[in-house]
Ligand binder design. Structure first.
Ligand code: ATP
Ligand code: MG
Length: 274
């Protein structure tokens, strides 16, 4: 079992499912013994319901189990890894590639937000996966209620950055538009190679708190001018990062933005693509 990656919640390994000889990614998340069995079962039920999704832009979920103090999630293995890994190798991702990736992420959002009424809540480069067939899929979404609470207790904060929108940080009621904010932050990071706020490298809850305060109290980040990005890209990111969640466009509106179909000569039937 090869280790693929390690996150704040647990580890991900590449495994082969013997009956079908198929590769899978197995995520193991430790769950404290103190968590009641009822809560563990509830977490599994939540996961199964949430991951029971049929979209070509969402990583397939094969099942979950809990065993000896840990929860295991089996999902589709994406052999080119996450955009976080790709970014650490290539430094920056070109605008035209980002436009193509964004279209796929928006299609995943359309499925979640419009068809299923689910908010992803954790969009960031490490949760956007790629394979060598050229597919782009999002993972790790909608970890709602119980699992989020249980995991929050175990979360380590070293090097923590946040893709959370101002209204979520303020614990105000939030909606699917929180995902649009996270997409905007993610795009700036992928395009420039830098997370747009200073990351917390101190393992101090106080430092992390000051990052959250920064998101709430300062103007939204923008794409820097000196990279020469198109006006369409600047405009797309600025719309995603409107601090007023009511003013942020929905996924359906963003699908029509010129950043998504830059080449006016290519006619795309966006509805047919969904
Ligand atoms: P955090 O725990 O803060 O959410 P994370 O997303 O990096 O961060 P994990 O979800 O545990 O943490 O994933 C760890 C790494 O494993 C990811 O960065 C990604 O590179 C890799 N990974 C996760 N799922 C898959 C998968 N289905 N296929 C291939 N690689 C994966
Ligand atoms: Mg992840």
């Amino acid at each position: 079992m090869a280790l693929i990656g390690r996150g704040g919640q647990g580890v991900v390994r590449k495994v082969r499912y013997v009956p079908t000889q198929q590769f899978m990614a197995l995520k193991t998340v430790p769950i404290a013994d103190s968590v009641a069995d009822g809560v563990k079962s509830e977490i599994l039920m939540e996961l199964t319901a949430l991951y029971n999704c049929a979209s070509p832009h969402i990583v397939k979920f094969y099942g979950a189990s809990h065993l000896r103090g840990r929860i295991q999630l089996a999902m589709e293995y994406m052999n080119a890894g996450s955009l976080a890994e790709i970014l650490s190798t290539v430094g920056r991702i070109p605008e035209d590639v980002l436009s193509a990736i964004t279209l796929r992420v928006l299609k995943a959002f359309h499925y979640l937000h419009v068809d299923r009424r689910i908010i992803h809540r954790d969009i960031k480069p490490s949760n956007i996966l790629v394979n060598t067939a050229g597919e782009v899929k999002i993972c790790d979404f909608g970890v709602s209620g119980q699992l989020a609470n249980t995991l929050a207790m175990a979360q380590t904060r070293v090097g923590t950055v946040t893709y959370m929108s101002p209204e979520r940080i303020r614990s105000q009621p939030h909606s699917a538009s929180a995902d649009i904010w996270s997409l905007g932050i993610t795009l700036i990071e992928l395009a420039t190679g830098r997370f747009p706020y200073p990351p917390d490298v101190t393992n101090s809850p106080l430092q992390f708190w000051s990052l959250l305060r920064l998101v709430v109290n300062t103007d939204s980040p923008t794409l820097p001018e000196h990279f020469g990005f198109s006006p369409e890209f600047h405009s797309f990111v600025a719309l995603c990062l409107d601090k007023d969640m009511e003013a942020r466009p929905s996924v359906t509106e963003l699908l029509w933005h010129p950043f998504i179909c830059l080449d006016a000569n290519v006619s795309v039937d966006q509805e047919a693509l969904l």
